[in-house]
Design a binder for this molecule. Sequence first.
Ligand code: NAD
Length: 396
Amino acid sequence: MIIQPKTRGFICTTAHPEGCASQVQRQIEYVKGKPAIKGPRNVLVVGASTGYGLASRIVAAFGSGANTVGVYFDKAAEGSRTATAGWYNSAAFEAAASEAGLKSYSIVGDAFSDEIKAKTIDLIRTELGQIDLVVYSVASPRRTHPKTGEVFSSVIKPLGETYTNKTVNFHTGEVSQATIEPATEDELRQTIAVMGGEDWQMWIDELQKAGVLAEGATTVAYSYIGPEITHAVYREGTIGAAKNDLEATAGRLHKQLSAAGGRAYVSVNKALVTQSSSAIPVVPLYISALYKVMKEKGLHEGCIEQMYRLFSERLYGQGETLVDEKGLIRIDDWEMRPEIQNEVAKAWEQLTTENVYELTDLEGYRREFFQLFGFETDGINYEADVNQEVEIPNLR
Ligand code: NAD
């Protein structure tokens, strides 16, 4: 069928298989063009189909020659409904990894469940023996607790006070004021349950208990800090509280794993266009302003550039892994440089609907958003008939 983008708010309900494959190939080529990394051999990526998780998997496989297991929650095509972007991305990744002679496996299902953890462990045991890196990159609006059955929903809200700031409809370019009421205690609790560290801890506990975590294994999860303008809604809001919990979990896991020479980190990554970040009010406008400044200064990075730097310079670089005073890896270092932030803040002050395309890279943001779903990708004929039904090789 002919597949065109169909958007509903900040989601796109269709995805293009060839466009997604081309985006994945571009990331693979980027990594192959860089010096090889003396990194992990066998890697589990939880949340592996899009964004930072996908980029981590690509760097592990094509930068370090690692075998990989990817766990993710994506849907196959059904009738005239296309598969999700993560499905097409993973199909392309699996095909390329096999072609390169790497072992790779996909498990599609709810990473929060006991069942998927058990299935993943069985697969590791039979196919890889042990893993030496676990990347935890799940971003989800909901989680069903595996022990109590309680369903938690996460919200992106400030704490204590109402927050008002500029936001943009990135489809139309309209800049308006977003006002978000503070979260209730229960919304805060639920957001921490979804995006905090409990599930990461459960994964590591189960992997360790099953004996499939190699001695000296590393685990890493991702966080964000960002600028003053988004603090109330992000870092000091519900999601920030969940990230505090994730970061505290890293501390506990580091102790737990260091007994066997292992390590656990949280890496603070750069703000980027992904399916998750486009759902956060204010953030897409900030990212558009940030992109403009970073591109002008030649410092712009996407997921793949960030993850290559994380693996090659920090996790598997020379010497000790560089961390800040809180023990966090700061791969957001370029984003947070004062000269970048000062310019973004200056633009932010003046931003209106009239000047948004001049002062920010909103056009770049919009394009990247569609590229997440395989659209607006060079070299793809969007008028051509394509088969929406794509199989994932090595799906377990
Ligand atoms: P994303 O939406 O692109 O990817 C999320 C992944 O999680 C997908 O592979 C999806 O299939 C998977 N997933 C969701 N629910 C699942 C479930 N129940 N079971 C199994 N898999 C599930 O998100 P992203 O932006 O790459 O975010 C990944 C991490 O990086 C998050 O912790 C996020 O906070 C962090 N981060 C993001 C940014 C940013 O700007 N995007 C910046 C810094 C840190």
